[in-house]
Write a protein that binds this ligand. Structure first.
Ligand code: UD1
Ligand code: BG6
Ligand code: NA
Length: 368
């Protein structure tokens, strides 16, 4: 089943070249740049009429919501909030009939997410599912939704489901905004980016040998048992998800930090010994990231930088870089998470841990 791969995690990382295509198959026509999600057809008008959108999920699925929220708000012009299912219930959030709640779950069986779904349904909200498992409880219990069609995911650490959730959410935003003519140029740009995505992922996977070496040289067992990942804007989700992957499979204390928050506390952690990964693609946050990088290097931090392959600036002299293909700003996080998935895999196997079944974790948490 694992074929040429020693673990499902690595197999599923590589499968992303195809799984991202499967998520879009039959739903995006790249010739006329049209998006049609069959699962939303019956409720499209109601979703557009809703007063706000609330994304609710756990773990990696939550990060796919964080990753797509900005584009969602930009295209739909609706207020969008992103909530952890457990927090949502703890706080007994107010929910109304004109709310649209969107549940993202790979398994479709996560108990916390399911309880939040029941809570919102009782209050009359319109409930959408984004699930990978046809026939799952969340797929059945939601009023409508989108199956991400990523194929079965075996490894506990979620990889291909994340990128497919990201694409499914992006497609929903594209579908909801296709009646807004003013958004046409932006929609077309994103659709063209989606067209090239599989190829961009393939190029990124070719970094594997470099990442294997980096894992040993920069994040080996002799280094600190901590790791800080820093990014902002569209990359906030990337650093959160990268940190989660690293925690899950290598048991290193990794933390994803928004670069904008650096000076409000985390800067105190930076010294010459703290392992750091900085994610800074060429987007509208680039000059802010340059400032963050300067603050880090001024404290003798030596981050490994994930940047675009066309970035010819002199920002990274003396630093190691991971150079990834450039895509549309709102999709760049799909590409940028891939080297972090691969790195976390090698950080686990370098320590002789089995990345497919990390200690204390279950693929699907069906208790609250
Ligand atoms: C559907 C078929 C697909 C077929 C395609 C052809 C299924 C599962 N999918 O895909 O095999 O190739 O038509 O046009 O038979 N739903 C929820 N909650 C969720 C996810 C989905 O309620 O979390 C609902 C949808 O609203 C929809 C149904 O499940 O009614 C199927 O969803 P989806 O597979 O995404 O629909 P299509 O892409 O149209
Ligand atoms: C568990 C898994 O905690 O549930 C995570 O170990 C996963 O990998 C999370 O992200 C949410 O799962 P699901 O199936 O609702 O996406
Ligand atoms: Na349903």
């Amino acid at each position: 089943q694992k074929g040429a791969f020693s673990h499902f995690m690595l197999k599923e990382i590589h499968e992303q070249v195809e799984s991202v295509v499967n998520t879009m198959r039959g739903r995006i026509n790249f010739d006329d740049r049209r998006v049609v999600l069959g699962g939303l057809r019956s409720q499209l008008a109601n979703i557009r009429r809703s007063r706000r959108l609330i994304f609710i999920a756990c773990g990696t699925s939550y990060h796919s919501c964080v990753a797509t929220r900005a584009l969602f708000a930009e295209l739909t012009e609706l207020p969008v909030s992103v909530e952890l299912a457990s927090t949502f219930l703890d706080e007994q959030m107010p929910v109304f009939r004109d709310d649209c709640c969107l549940y993202v779950s790979q398994s479709g069986e996560t108990k916390d997410t399911l309880l939040a779904l029941q809570y919102c349904k009782e209050r009359g909200a319109l409930c959408l599912g984004v699930t990978n498992t046809v026939g799952s409880t969340i797929s059945r219990e939601t009023h409508c939704g989108v199956h991400i069609n990523a194929g079965p995911e075996i490894s506990v650490a979620s990889t291909k489901a994340y990128t497919s959730q990201f694409i499914a959410l992006t497609m929903i935003a594209l579908q909801l905004s296709d009646d807004n003519y003013a958004k046409l140029p932006r929609r077309n740009e994103v659709i063209d980016g989606l067209f090239n995505l599989s190829n961009d992922i393939k190029k990124t996977l070719a970094l594997e040998p470099q990442l294997k070496t980096l894992s040993k040289e920069e994040f080996g067992t002799d280094k600190s048992a901590n790791l800080i990942l820093i990014g902002r804007g569209f990359q906030t989700a990337t650093v959160l998800e990268g940190a989660l992957k690293i925690k899950e499979v290598s048991y290193i204390h990794a933390e994803g930090i928004n670069a904008g928050e650096l000076k409000h506390g985390p800067l105190a952690l930076i010294d010459e010994k703290m392992p750091i990964i900085m994610v800074m693609p060429k987007d509208r946050h680039y000059s802010d990231s340059e400032n963050a990088l300067k603050q880090i290097t001024a404290r003798y931090g030596k981050p490994v930088v994930i940047c675009n392959d066309d970035d010819d600036s002199s920002n990274f002299s003396g630093l190691k870089t991971i150079r990834v293909p450039r895509t549309v700003d709102a999709l760049q996080a799909i590409i940028n998470v891939v080297p972090l998935q691969i790195l976390s895999y090698f950080m686990a196997t370098d320590r002789s841990f089995d990345p497919d079944s990390p200690r204390n974790l279950a693929k699907s948490v069906t208790t609250a």
